[in-house]
Write a protein of this length. Structure first.
Lengths: 193, 193
DNA sequence: ACCATTGCCTACCAAGTGGTAGAAATAGAG
DNA sequence: CTCTATTTCTACCACTTGGTAGGCAATGGT
C-alpha cells in the first residue's frame, strides 16, 4: 500500500479514537514505523492531514450509505437497511464515526468543511423522508429535525460502546445485535404509522 | 467566590467545551487572571483537576435529576419532567453534558471514576423503569438497554447544538423548544403503550 | 511579639509539540 | 552511466506543555 494511504488510514483511526489534540505526529509516525517528516512530506501540516482524513471518511460513509439505499426499496425496509449498515460500520470501522464526532467537537474551520461534505447526504435523506411522509409510509413530522434526531440517536447507539463497556455491559457481537434490535423496534414504533 | 471554586468552574467549562487535551493550564490561568502555579496549588495535577470537575459535575447532575424526579409523579409525566430538566441543563450549563461526553472519550482511568459516580443514577432509573413496566405504564422491553438508549438519545439531542448550528439550523430558544417537543413526541410514541 | 500556615507568586525545567532545512537514498528515463 | 524527480531521512528550532523549587506577603493563634 502507498505510504500516503497508510498514513491516512492510521491517522483516521488515531484522530477518531484518541482525538485530534491527543494524537501527536511523532506518535503517529512511530506506529507506522516511519519518521514524522515523512508524514509532513505527504501532508503539509497536521491540519491538512485531518482535512484529508475527513474527506476520505465522508467518502467512505457516503459509499456505505448509498449501498444500503440501493439494495433496499422503500419505507421501513430502507430505514432498517440504513440502520443496519451504520451499525456494521460502527463495528468494522468505529474510527469513521468517531472522527465525525470529533470534528463536531473541534468546531470550525474543519467542522464547516465536514458539513459541506455531509450536507448532500442529509438533504437526500430529508427529501426522501418528505416523500415517504406524503405517501403515508412514515408518520408526519418535521423532516429536518427527524433526520438530525435519527442521526444523533443512531450515532449515540453505535458509538457509545466505550461507555457501555465501562458500565459493565458486555459488547460481544450478540450484545450489539440486541442493542440494534432494540433501537430498530424503538424507531419502528416511533416512525411507522 | 473562593479561588478554588472559580478554577473548578472555569476548568469544567474549558474541559467540557474545548476538551481536556486542548485546554492548557496556562490558558486556563490566563482567563482567570491568575498564574498557573496557583491552579496547581489547589489541584496538584491537571488530572486531579479533571477528577474534581467530574465529581462536581456529577453532583450537579444528580441534584438536577433528583429535583426533576421529586416534583413529578409517575409514568410519562416523570419521563417528560426529566427530559425537560436535561434540556434546561443543556441550555444553562452545556459544559456539564460536554464534560460527560469528553470523559467517555478519554476512557479509563477517569471514565471508570465517572461511571462509579453515575451508576447510582442509572440503577435508580432502571429499577424505576422495571416498576413502570410491571405496572403497564411503560412498554415492556429490556430496561437496561432502554436507559442507555434514552441516555444517548437525550444526550445527542441536547448536545449536538454545535453541529446543528454548523448545518444552518438556528438554535434560538424557540428552535430548541421545538426539538425538545419532537423528541418528547418520539419518546412518548415509543415508550407509552 | 512570635511563628506556622495559607495562598499566590517568580523562576525554572525536562519533555514534547508542529514545523523547517537540507542531506541522502531510490528509481526511472535518456 | 547520468540526470532528474520522488521519497525518506537526520538534524534542528522555537514554542508550549505539565510540573518543581522556593520566595514572599497576609493571617491568625499563642
Amino acid at each position: 500500500m502507498e505510504t500516503s494511504d497508510r498514513i491516512l488510514k492510521r491517522a483516521t483511526v488515531a484522530f477518531g479514537e484518541s482525538g485530534y489534540d491527543a494524537t501527536s505526529l511523532d506518535d503517529l509516525a512511530r506506529t507506522l514505523d516511519i519518521r514524522k517528516q515523512s508524514i509532513l512530506y505527504h501532508y503539509a501540516s497536521k491540519e491538512l492531514l485531518l482535512e484529508a482524513c475527513v474527506r476520505q471518511a465522508i467518502t467512505d460513509l457516503s459509499v456505505a450509505l448509498d449501498e444500503a439505499i440501493r439494495k433496499s426499496s422503500y419505507g421501513w425496509e430502507r430505514i432498517e437497511s440504513i440502520v443496519k449498515r451504520v451499525f456494521r460500520l460502527a463495528n468494522n470501522r468505529p474510527e469513521l464515526l468517531g472522527l465525525l464526532r470529533e470534528v463536531t467537537r473541534l468546531g470550525p474551520p474543519i467542522l464547516t468543511y465536514a458539513v459541506d461534505g455531509i450536507r448532500p447526504l442529509l438533504d437526500g435523506a430529508t427529501t426522501w423522508l418528505i416523500e415517504e411522509m406524503k405517501a403515508g409510509r412514515v408518520r408526519k413530522s418535521e423532516p429536518e429535525l427527524l433526520v438530525l434526531s435519527a442521526y444523533s440517536t443512531i450515532m449515540g447507539a453505535a458509538t457509545e460502546v466505550k461507555l457501555f463497556e465501562a458500565l459493565g455491559e458486555e459488547s460481544t457481537i450478540r450484545d450489539v445485535a440486541i442493542r440494534r434490535k432494540e433501537l430498530l423496534r424503538f424507531l419502528k414504533i416511533a416512525l411507522i404509522p
